[in-house]
Design a protein around this ligand. Structure first.
Ligand code: NAD
Length: 811
């Protein structure tokens, strides 16, 4: 029988290999005489200073592709210097000039798309179909889109400046795409770059840097240091870096949070995930199954936002999962350069063993295992598509990121239970929701805690929509207007470079409440007659509450006289306040109009007591009467500002390539801890608390340690302004001690600390435990009266996170 007839008879696929000659020729040209591929610094190929190299292999065959320079600390330093030299001219160039460069890069990527796609498939083991149709087109799209932001810099981003030299560290699962997500916005906005690719996948980064230089990019704007974790560590620790942008595992993200703590370096972290794929009983099941193939078997499941937790409504679960198993048996696993395969190779043997270890653990914990009977290639690194059913929500395979082609399935009965299960994770990167009921889909989309929510679709990405996590999936966004702010700062701000405390011992910081400085002498101020005890209580859950420890502390004026007493709060009080703040989470779902009404009411009630508040400020701080009155007036003005913003910052529609609608919802973060400064005690308290609650967060505020009475007087304003119980909780006492409890508390979602450089360091260190978002002052005072430093866009951004909801349209 001839071959065509045989194929018709068996109906099997034949191989459809993509040629790799050009990619291999590029490697050969850069490794002549068995030399290793060098680093790319200042638009030149540079050998690593200690001549160390390592090998990169093709995971689909195990073949050696190339030896590559293994950069270290000295190389990182050379690259950072090059980037610093380039920064002046690059940041000063007109937006149009930078736009022309990004545009040229985008064109060059399209011109060399085939070479990039093949080289990426070879180095990573992912299928050429995916690199050709997804990775590389999205890379080009990112540069086009950000060429536009460079062009519009002066008009759309007036009042901002670039950060400086940015260190970027990326993983191996989408090597070139992660590079593009990082580099395009950074250079568009005038920063210069040192990037370290993942050790397993260095090749396309080097090709990219070479092509960008050929396209005319000035030396030093992009520098590539290949190497392992030591190069990454050297980059994150380098003193002359202004920002670190990291994509990778949550564990390494945590290390980087600690390494950069207190240094004043900006940080964005795109970390792991365990994203839910939720199927309701009215879903188009065939579409959902194809969606699931894309959600968890795309890129071998080595996808941070993989739909790895399949949540199926109970009444269709058995039938749906049977269909999934049938579909799994049709998946084709094979060489990345074969255009007919669905699943490529796992990046390396170590990763494969990790995946297998998780699957074995899941089975040991009681899960049922399904792997289809698919033939695997004999050489290379493979893992069968895997489905685990009968999985308990608390089991390790339902909680931990496996980062391989492994789906775990669970069932739910009601939408409420679906949301509870979807959110039963420390991560919050993405979610996919399948139902034909648009009302249900959008309701669930709002309630799921994740940065990207895909309705009846999955794994949708575009340069015009931000991507990034809630909770332990990290903070910061890549793409969209929201992603731009990761690479710019207001023009009034310079990068703080605080001295990190020497021999800092996190376990010892503020562990004890300081002893009281003075005995109480309330009687003296009253002609010998003891005054009535007016010790201010705490304000927790809408009530004035006695502190757990039952201690109090005096408030002294500028002359050292006692002008009042406040409760000395402790750990327990903070914990109670956090609980109350959580119980008030319904505040986030009030309409902006309702929140605005309450904030206006606060302003009104504060205004009615303006004289009393001014007298208090004057007596505590020693401010002149007119200065104190000015502070109160500014605080009233500020409550008005955020009442205004309560219904004017909710989001926008993103102009992506999707045929449909992508909504960027600007959501609250959750519970925000706020440690207030001593300067301008009423105005600073207002400037921090007002934006947080205007945008739907609930707050645990630590009043100014030195001048707390403006905050305690404020209880009565809150009580008379219809603020729901628990939305604002106020604790007085030793700021650092109370801050420490907030930083260590896993139910606090963000922590703002305006209490000096040392506190900033410890807050950033301790907040790494649950990757809470931090906003600290590094010891740099701000002018709370200034309209930019004391209010506005920066405050609103810190109080919110962007969720993009993707809704395709059409039949
Ligand atoms: P990884 O965290 O092990 O490594 C990522 C990068 O960090 C590599 O370049 C590595 O060399 C470097 N690195 C390792 N230790 C370092 C240190 N101490 N200091 C500085 N750099 C260091 O992650 P990986 O295994 O390469 O990638 C998989 C992880 O990436 C998964 O957890 C996945 O979810 C995550 N990821 C997240 C996103 C996202 O956008 N959120 C995208 C892709 C991948």
């Amino acid at each position: 029988m001839n071959r065509v007839a045989q194929v018709f008879q068996s109906m099997t696929y034949g191989p459809a290999p993509e040629a790799s000659d050009a990619a291999r020729a590029w490697i050969a040209a850069h490794t002549s005489d068995s030399a290793a591929l060098k680093l790319f610094i200042d638009n030149r190929w540079v050998a690593s200073s200690d001549r160390q190299t390592y090998e990169t292999h093709n995971p689909a065959t195990g073949d050696l592709l190339a030896r590559v320079a293994d950069g270290g600390e000295a190389d990182v330093d050379v690259a950072v210097r090059a980037a610093r030299r380039a920064f002046g001219a690059w940041s000063a160039a007109a937006g149009h000039v930078r736009a022309r460069h990004l545009y040229a890069i985008a064109r060059a990527i399209q011109k060399h798309a085939r070479l990039f796609a093949v080289l990426e498939a070879l180095d990573n083991g992912k299928s050429i179909r995916e690199t050709r149709d997804l990775d590389i087109p999205l890379v080009a799209r990112h540069f086009y889109h950000h060429a536009g932001w460079a062009q519009l810099f002066e008009t759309e981003l007036a009042g901002y400046q670039p950060l400086g030299v940015v260190g970027q560290v990326i993983p191996w699962n989408f090597p070139l795409l992660m590079l593009a997500w990082k580099i395009a916005p950074a250079i568009a906005l005038g920063n210069t770059i040192v990037i370290k690719p993942a050790p397993a996948t260095p090749l396309t980064a080097l090709l990219f840097a070479e092509i960008a230089a050929d396209a005319g990019l000035p030396p030093g704007v992009i520098n590539v240091v290949t190497g392992g974790d030591r190069a990454g560590a050297a980059l994150t620790a380098h003193a002359d870096i202004d920002k670190i942008a990291f994509t990778g595992s949550t564990n390494v993200g945590r290390i980087i949070r600690r390494v950069t703590a207190g240094t004043g370096k900006r940080l964005s972290l795109e970390l792991g995930g365990k994203s839910p794929f939720v199927v309701f009983d009215d879903a188009d099941q065939d579409a959902a199954i194809e969606g699931l193939v894309d959600a968890i078997w795309f890129n071998q499941g080595q996808v941070c936002c993989a739909g790895s937790r399949v949540l199926v409504q109970e009444d269709i679960a058995d039938g749906f999962l049977d269909k999934v198993r049938t579909r799994m048996a049709k998946l084709r696993v094979g060489d990345s350069l074969d255009k007919g395969i669905d699943i490529g190779a796992i990046v390396d043997a170590q990763q494969r063993d990790i995946i297998d270890g998780w699957v074995k653990r899941g089975v040991a914990e009681g899960a049922d295992l399904f792997q289809p009977n698919i033939e695997l290639p004999t050489t290379g690194c493979w893992y069968l598509p895997t489905l685990l059913t009968n999985v308990q929500p608390a089991s390790s395979v339902a909680q931990e990121e496996i980062f391989g082609p492994v789906a775990v399935a669970m069932t739910f009965r009601t939408p409420k239970e679906a949301v509870a299960l979807a959110n039963n994770t420390r991560y919050g990167l993405a979610a996919s929701i399948w139902t034909e009921n648009v009302n249900l889909a959008l309701d669930i989309a709002r309630r799921v805690k994740a940065g990207s929510v895909w309705v009846n679709c999955t794994n949708m990405f575009d340069a015009a929509a931000g991507f990034g996590g809630y909770r332990e999936s990290g903070f910061g966004r890549e793409g969209g207007r929201e992603g731009l702010y990761e690479y710019i700062r207001p023009v009034w701000e310079v990068r703080p470079r605080p001295a990190v405390p020497e021999n800092a011992d996190v376990s010892q910081w503020a562990a004890h409440v300081p002893t009281l400085p003075k005995p109480l002498n309330g009687g003296h101020a009253n002609g010998g007659i003891p005054a009535l005890d007016r010790t201010a209580k705490l304000f927790i859950g809408g009530k004035q509450a006695r502190s757990d420890g039952n201690y109090s502390r005096p408030v002294l004026n500028a002359d050292g006289d006692i002008v009042g007493e406040v409760s000395d709060g402790n750990r327990k009080d903070i914990r109670d306040a956090v609980e109350a703040a959580h119980a008030a989470s319904g505040w986030a779902y009030r309409s902006g109009h309702q929140r605005a009404q309450i904030l206006y009411y606060i302003a009104e009630n504060l205004n009615a007591r303006a004289d009393e508040f001014a007298r208090r400020i004057a007596s505590m701080t020693g401010a002149a009467a007119d200065a104190a009155a000015r502070e109160v007036a500014a605080a009233v003005d500020r409550w008005f500002t955020y009442a205004a913003y309560a219904d004017k910052y909710g989001g926008t529609v993103q102009e992506t390539t999707l045929r449909g609608i992508v909504m960027a919802l600007v959501e609250p973060i959750g519970v925000i801890g706020i440690a207030c400064p001593d300067a301008a005690p009423l105005l600073a308290f207002t400037s921090l608390v007002a934006p947080a609650i205007a945008r739907g967060n609930t707050v645990v505020a630590i009043a100014s340690e030195t001048y707390p009475l403006s905050a305690t007087d404020f209880y009565q304003v809150l009580e008379t302004s219809d603020v729901p119980a628990g939305v604002v909780n106020i604790v007085t006492g030793a700021r650092d001690h109370l801050t420490r409890t907030l930083a260590e508390h896993d139910a606090v979602d963000a922590l703002w600390h305006f209490g000096g450089a040392v506190g900033s360091y410890y807050v950033e260190q301790l907040s790494a435990s649950n990757m809470k978002r931090t906003w600290v002052d590094y010891g740099v005072a701000r002018d709370w009266y200034d309209a930019h430093q004391g209010a506005g866009a920066e405050f609103l951004r810190e109080a919110t996170q962007v969720k993009n909801i993707w809704v395709p349209s059409g039949e």
